[in-house]
Each structure stands twice: as structure tokens, then as C-alpha cells.
Design a protein around this ligand. Structure first.
Ligand code: HEM
Ligand SMILES: *[C@@H]1O[C@H](CO)[C@@H](O)[C@H](O)[C@H]1NC(C)=O
Ligand SMILES: *[C@@H]1O[C@H](CO)[C@@H](O)[C@H](O)[C@H]1NC(C)=O
Length: 531
């Protein structure tokens, strides 16, 4: 039997039905048992979007976890964890995928280059990821990096022929010994990473090409504020661009990406040319490029499919150079900033560096101290580790999705069932502020990493591995961490063997509230003094 309803009755029913719908969804959602970071969080994702759009996610999550504990609900389909057991150990070591098996959404798809060609970092599911990872793990492993002849020759050339001469050239300028350390350190890490990838001849030389550094950093950093729409709401963004003909990101961002892609493609071509000519000196060996070319062409042959090799290869290496220079440059900038604020620590480090042999002194045939000797310096290690902890270059959430069958998350005494396809993340910036693991966590104290034997095994494991998350953990952990530490140690050793630093201007040094977090001002003005 049909009941005839008058139009006013229908109008009155609509809001009632809407509210009922929201209530039913709420009651059926197991996430409603998890403490809500905001009163709206159980009902809508708008709040989570809004803290991201306003770039206050880190500060907001910190406050919410302090108030509500190690697991919180950010939206009807999203949680944040801030603990090891029932947290990062389950999610990241447990192999939760970057892509959502349910709807195909992948936050990292944004990092596919050359019109959506996936690479190690942006691949959403574990299977294709491990295939690519197998091609790369060996050349980035600690034993390989430490023993690499090409890398040592490249680092030596960059330190002695570019970095140290550049530092000494700053004294003949109108502001003797004053420079923007962030730009120099980013240029240096870019040169080392691209030379390991493409070889010294085909890699970049940003240290000696000042305009190129400014050009690159401007392109690279200016895009950052436009990430929100394509990354968080790719479908909506595509819809608006297609049907409403409105660009959510300005055209020049796309052009900037194109420039960076062209620049990378040129280095690929140059490395290819060096390989065809035949590599005579080890410094010109394109270690990463060559490895990828060998393994990827074998795979393509086997499958007879896939994106054209050149685009896959370029997309892969572009990601390594971007991931590699930026994060290491940021970390080093904070090492210099903290050492400049702590002259005692700086002097202690300089005394430690005097024990290196050979020392960083120019000669007709300069040789670097052994990688193992540099790696073994306790204070240098402590200074870098403490900076990775307190000023993680990637402090923001690393999103994953719960597996289709669902899972249980939360600290042992209080776990929650989470269905499949729920976004879950943890943040290095928050894990590293745990006072129980890192006493006086908000202070930069390299001492905490010294004489660790006396702390006992458990405490040490907590500090060094369980809670230390600067490089992430599990199968998607940073593949370049050993190269990163290698280059950071050499750069700091070379700098402080010969110079002392003081701050000239550090306005805007605080980190941006974002996934990768450089200084807000993109600069750190430092004065050098010869020791
Ligand atoms: C201080 C320096 C560095 C830091 C703090 C850092 C941090 C990280 C973190 C946290 C991740 C995981 C990100 C996520 O899952 O959301 C990651 C992944 C990655 N990093 Fe690094 N990184 C550094 C240097 C490098 C270098 C030098 C390279 C050069 C090859 C590199 C290449 C990569 C790649 C390719 C991935 C993706 C790995 C995968 O998905 O299997 N990183 N890095
Ligand atoms: C994140 O927020 C907390 C609390 O406001 C702050 O102490 C910390 O420095 C922030 N981290 C970053 C990387 O911005
Ligand atoms: C490094 O310091 C030594 C003295 O310890 C000095 O002789 C040398 O010239 C300095 N090297 C550079 C490249 O500035």
C-alpha cells in the first residue's frame, strides 16, 4: 500500500533521514570505540582534511595523542597510532600497504613521475614493490656503501674540489665567511647522491653552479604548498579540473615538475653516454643507474611488458635524488644550527675530528679518511642521531591501509578491532618525543647517545631501534639510509675539521608542519671562522 505524502512532509523527512543515515553509519563503525581526536572525527573526514589543509596536522596530533593516548580516531575511516606494540610494529613491520586494496587510493601516487610512472617510493602494493626493491637493496646496503670505491672517489672529489674550496671562497666576498648553509648543504647532498647514481661526470655540480641551486630549490620548494588537493583528494581534484575547468594547482607547478624531469632525463642520457664510451675512472661509474638498467631490462625482457624502460628508469632515479638530497640537506642544516647554538658541543666535536687520519687538509693528492673510521666516531654519530631524532626531515604521518581482513591495533591493555581499508599512520616527530624513552625529549642532547652500554639492553633497543623512526621501519623503510648517514658524516667532518660556525640569522628556522619538513624560511645564515 502506498501512503501519499504531502510535499511539506517530504521536506521535513529529508533532514531526519540524513541524520538517521549518519547515525547508522556511526553505530556500525567499529572505529567509534576509539577516542576521537575531535568531536566530529567519528562522523566525517572534513576535520582531518581541514587540519592538513591548514598545515597544523603535527601540532594537532601531538596535542590529541597527549590527551587521548596512543591510538586516536581522525575520521570515520582513519586512525593515528603513537606506540610500538600495537602500533608501528604491527603496521609497518607488519607490511600494511601504501595503497588501499579497497578503492585503489594511494597517498604516495603523487610521487610517481613522468606522467604517473611508478617507482619504489610511490608503488602502492607490496608485490611489485618487492620486485623493484630486490633490484636496489644491494647497492644501498651498508656493506656496499661503506666499501664502494666509486662512492669514496666521488665523495673525495666533491669534498676537496668543490665543498672545501667553496667554503674558503666565501671569505673573499663582501660578507666574509657568511653563507646560506641550507642552500650549500642541499647542493652538496644533491651532488653526492646524483654522483652515486650517475657517476661524477654525469651527475650534478650544484656547489659550483650557484644559479642552478637557487633555480632547483625554488622549483622544488615552491610546489610544496600545492600538494594538498592532488594528494589528499585526487578524485575531487580531477573532477573539478575536468568538469569545472578549474585548476586546483597552478599551471606553473606542473611546469616546475617538467623542468625537474627534464634535468633528470639529461643526467640519465649523460650516464648512458659515459657507459657507452666505457668507464675508465671509478669516480665516473654510474652505480645506481647501471644497476637499474641491467636489472630492469632483464625484467622487461622476461615480462615483455611494462612502461618504456627509459621512463621507468628516470622515474626511479628522480625519486632517489629528490628523496636523497632534500632529507639529508634538511638534517644537516639542523646539525649546523644546533652545533652553532651549542659551542661546547662544537668544540668537543672538533677535538674528536682531530683524531681522524688523514685529516681534512688540502694537499696535492687529497685522500679522505676511511669510511669506517668516520663512521666509528662516537660524538659525530651522536650529533647526527640526535638531530635525526629531534628534527626528523620526514616528521609527518606515513599513511598505510589496514589489510582487507582487518586487524587489531592499540596498546596491549587496550586494543581495538579495525576493519580493512582504514587509513592508519604514525609520525616520527611524535614517536621521538616519548619522554619515557628519550628523557627531556624536546631538548637537543647528543650525550644521550654516548656510553649507551651502561643503559642496559632494553633501554638501548628502545632508543636505537624500537622508537627511533627517522627512516621509518619495515619493508618500506628508507632504502637510502646508509648512503644518507655516509654523506652526512663526511660533510660534517669536513666542515668542522676546518671551521667553526656561528648563527648570523636563523629567523624561520622552525620546521614546517608537513610530511617533509624543511626550515620555514628555506635558509640559515651562518658565519664561518677558520679554526
Ligand atoms: C637523512 C636522510 C633521509 C631520511 C630522514 C629519509 C627518510 C625516509 C623515510 C621516513 C622513508 C619512509 C617514508 C614513508 O614510507 O612514508 C624513506 C623512504 C625512502 N627513501 Fe629515504 N630518507 C633519507 C635519505 C634518503 C636517501 C639518501 C635516499 C637515496 C636513495 C633515499 C631514498 C628513499 C627511497 C627510495 C624510499 C622509498 C623506499 C620504499 O618505499 O621501499 N632516502 N626515507
Ligand atoms: C610537532 O608539534 C610539537 C607540538 O607542537 C612540536 O613540539 C614539534 O616541534 C613539532 N614537530 C615538527 C617537526 O614541527
Ligand atoms: C683545514 O684546516 C687546516 C688546519 O687544521 C688548514 O691547514 C687547511 O688549510 C684547512 N683546509 C681548508 C680546505 O680550508
Amino acid at each position: 500500500m502506498l501512503v501519499a505524502l504531502s510535499p511539506p512532509t517530504i521536506a521535513a523527512l529529508v533532514p531526519v533521514l540524513l541524520v538517521a543515515q549518519i547515525l547508522v553509519t556511526y553505530l556500525r563503525n567499529p572505529l567509534r570505540k576509539i577516542p576521537a581526536a575531535h568531536p566530529l572525527a567519528h562522523f566525517t573526514s572534513l576535520w582531518a582534511h581541514s587540519i592538513r589543509w591548514r598545515s597544523i596536522e603535527n601540532a594537532t596530533l601531538k596535542e590529541a595523542h597527549d590527551r587521548l593516548g596512543p591510538i586516536i580516531c581522525l575520521g570515520p575511516n582513519e586512525v593515528s597510532v603513537n606506540c610500538v606494540k600495537g602500533g608501528i610494529r604491527d603496521v609497518y613491520a607488519g607490511g600494511f600497504e601504501k595503497g588501499n586494496a579497497k578503492d585503489g587510493y594511494n597517498w604516495y601516487a603523487f610521487f610517481a613521475n613522468y606522467g604517473g610512472v611508478y617507482n619504489l617510493f610511490s608503488t602502492g602494493s607490496n608485490k611489485p614493490h618487492s620486485l623493484r626493491k630486490r633490484m636496489l637493496s644491494k647497492i644501498y646496503s651498508k656493506s656496499h656503501v661503506t666499501a664502494s670505491e666509486p662512492l669514496l672517489a666521488q665523495t673525495s672529489a666533491i669534498m676537496y674540489k668543490r665543498f672545501l674550496p667553496y667554503l674558503s671562497s666565501t671569505f673573499s666576498s663582501s660578507d666574509p665567511g657568511i653563507l646560506n648553509m641550507y642552500a650549500l648543504l642541499s647542493a652538496t647532498t644533491m651532488d653526492i647522491v646524483t654522483c652515486y647514481i650517475f657517476g661524477l661526470r654525469a651527475g650534478s655540480n650544484l656547489i659550483e653552479n650557484r644559479e642552478q641551486v637557487t633555480w632547483f630549490l625554488d622549483l622544488y620548494n615552491s610546489r610544496r604548498s600545492f600538494n594538498f588537493w592532488p594528494q589528499e583528494l585526487p578524485k575531487f581534484t580531477a573532477f573539478v579540473e575536468k568538469w569545472l575547468r578549474y585548476r586546483m594547482t597552478p599551471k606553473w607547478v606542473e611546469e616546475a615538475n617538467g623542468e625537474i624531469e627534464k634535468w633528470t632525463a639529461k643526467m640519465c642520457d649523460d650516464a648512458g653516454a659515459v657507459m657507452t664510451e666505457g668507464i675508465s675512472e671509478s669516480e665516473n661509474a654510474p652505480v645506481v643507474y647501471q644497476q637499474l638498467q641491467n636489472t630492469m631490462s632483464k625484467q622487461a625482457e622476461k615480462e615483455g611488458v611494462g612502461a618504456p624502460l627509459t621512463a621507468s628508469l628516470a622515474s626511479e632515479v628522480l625519486d632517489h635524488l629528490a628523496a636523497g638530497f632534500d632529507t639529508s640537506g634538511i638534517t644537516l642544516t639542523y646539525v649546523v644550527h644546533e652545533l652553532s647554538r651549542h659551542p661546547d658541543m662544537q668544540a668537543r666535536l672538533q677535538r674528536e675530528l682531530l683524531t681522524l687520519s688523514p685529516r681534512f687538509v688540502p694537499s696535492s693528492s687529497p685522500i679522505l679518511p676511511e669510511p669506517k673510521a668516520v663512521d666509528a666516531l662516537p660524538l659525530l654519530h651522536a650529533v647526527i642521531w640526535e638531530t635525526l631524532r629531534l628534527h626528523s626531515a620526514i616528521p609527518g604521518p606515513q599513511p598505510r591501509f589496514t589489510p582487507p581482513q582487518g586487524c587489531c591495533l592499540g596498546p596491549e591493555e587496550n586494543t581495538y578491532y579495525i576493519p580493512g581499508g582504514v587509513r592508519v599512520s604514525a609520525s616520527a616527530g611524535l614517536l621521538h618525543l616519548n619522554e619515557e624513552v628519550y628523557e627531556r625529549a624536546s631538548e637537543w642532547r647528543p650525550e644521550r647517545w654516548l656510553d649507551m652500554e651502561k643503559l642496559g639492553d632494553e633501554k638501548r633497543k628502545d632508543m636505537e631501534s624500537r622508537w627511533f623512526w627517522a627512516f621509518g621501519s619495515g619493508g618500506r623503510m628508507c632504502v637510502g639510509s646508509h648512503l644518507a648517514v655516509y654523506q652526512m658524516k663526511y660533510i660534517i667532518a669536513a666542515l668542522y675539521s676546518n671551521y667553526s660556525t656561528t648563527i648570523v640569522d636563523d629567523t624561520g628556522i622552525e620546521q614546517t608542519d608537513s610530511y617533509t619538513a624543511p626550515p620555514r624560511s628555506d635558509k640559515l645564515m651562518i658565519k664561518l671562522e677558520k679554526v
